[in-house]
Ligand binder design. Structure first.
Ligand code: PMP
Length: 306
């Protein structure tokens, strides 16, 4: 099924009508912010579940706040609009949802203030983000991660995805599945569009909130599941590049990538070179939870259909 509708200009309209001018500020300067949300089809219940939607809309509000964007809908209203749009689409398959807050003013002039803001939303059927979720080959990017004082990675800014795209394309053209991106100090930040976890000496480790990461909702999910279901606490600390090479396990996590195991970095196999036990257990838990199949975490899943 293809996308038929969008929420645009305050209403659900046919997707062909959801168009902007080439003079739109965000198209010229990257001045907007967005979210990426997944909805999962559960065939047994004939239900589409949106995963952690309020958390995504809270982050969209934070991104908007950082960028001086006015988002005229509450988290609850954004959720209602999303459900309405998905019902109209009638999707019965896994879906990716893209809310966008953009500077709709048509004209020239680099700034964030005194501009008209707009909100738009569309959704499309979506499968895997990386093909090799069970064994990614990664490289350390020659590009560096953006810094909080350049374009803040904490906000999901449209323009900052040039940094992600440079990393992703370099990795792909060099024959890898994904990139691992270091910050200006040379410590591990995250993937091109996903957070990173390492298992080393039985400890789960991930870079902290000041490592120029996007504060991922899947990252928070992984930490909670590791603690509550596997009895593993996550240590949040800087990670060196060469710690990656000697890690027992590595995995990416994010809405798009879900939980994808990294089995090779810079031509060094990680651990056994196969998916490790922690990554496997977290993946199994995650894929059940997102489809509403785990009662304890069912509150993370918003049903679309009545
Ligand atoms: N980092 C970056 C740069 C991202 O674009 C994403 C995807 N939104 C993530 C991390 C993962 O965040 P989340 O788990 O909230 O999707």
């Amino acid at each position: 099924m293809a996308t038929r509708y969008a929420f645009f200009g305050g209403a659900i309209v046919p997707i062909e009508q959801a168009r902007v001018s080439i003079m739109t500020h965000t198209l010229n300067y990257g001045t907007g912010c967005f979210e990426g949300i997944r909805a999962y089809w559960n065939p047994d219940e004939e239900q589409l579940f949106i995963f952690r939607m309020p958390e995504h809309y809270e982050r969209l509000h934070q991104s908007s706040h950082i960028l001086h964007c006015q988002l005229p809908y509450t988290v609850q209203q954004l959720g209602d609009i999303t459900i309405e749009l998905l019902r109209r689409e009638g999707f019965r398959q896994d879906t990716y949802i893209r809310p966008l807050v953009y500077k709709a003013t048509e004209g020239i002039g680099v700034r964030l203030h005194n501009l008209e803001d707009a909100f738009a939303l569309f959704a499309l059927p979506y499968g895997k983000y990386v093909d090799s979720e069970e064994g990614c080959r990664a490289c350390v990017s020659s590009w560096r991660r953006l810094d909080d004082n350049m374009i803040p990675p904490r906000a999901k800014v449209v323009g900052s995805y040039v940094n992600s795209a440079l990393c992703k394309t370099e990795a792909a053209l060099n024959g890898y599945d994904e990139a691992i991106v270091l910050d200006e100090e040379g410590h591990v930040s995250e993937g091109s569009a996903e957070n990173l976890f390492m298992v080393r000496r039985g400890v789960l480790v991930t870079p902290g909130e000041t490592a120029n990461i996007l504060e991922g909702i899947t990252r928070a999910t992984v930490m909670q599941l590791a603690r509550e279901e596997l009895g593993i606490e996550t240590v949040v600390r800087p990670i060196d590049r060469t710690e990656l090479y000697v890690a027992d396990e590595l995995f990416y996590c994010g809405t798009g990538v879900q939980i994808a195991v990294v089995t090779e970095v810079d031509h060094r196999p990680i651990g056994s070179g196969q998916m490790g036990p922690v990554g496997r257990m977290l993946r199994d838990l995650y894929f059940d939870i997102v489809r509403g199949r785990n009662a304890k975490y069912r509150h993370w899943c918003t049903p679309v259909y009545a």
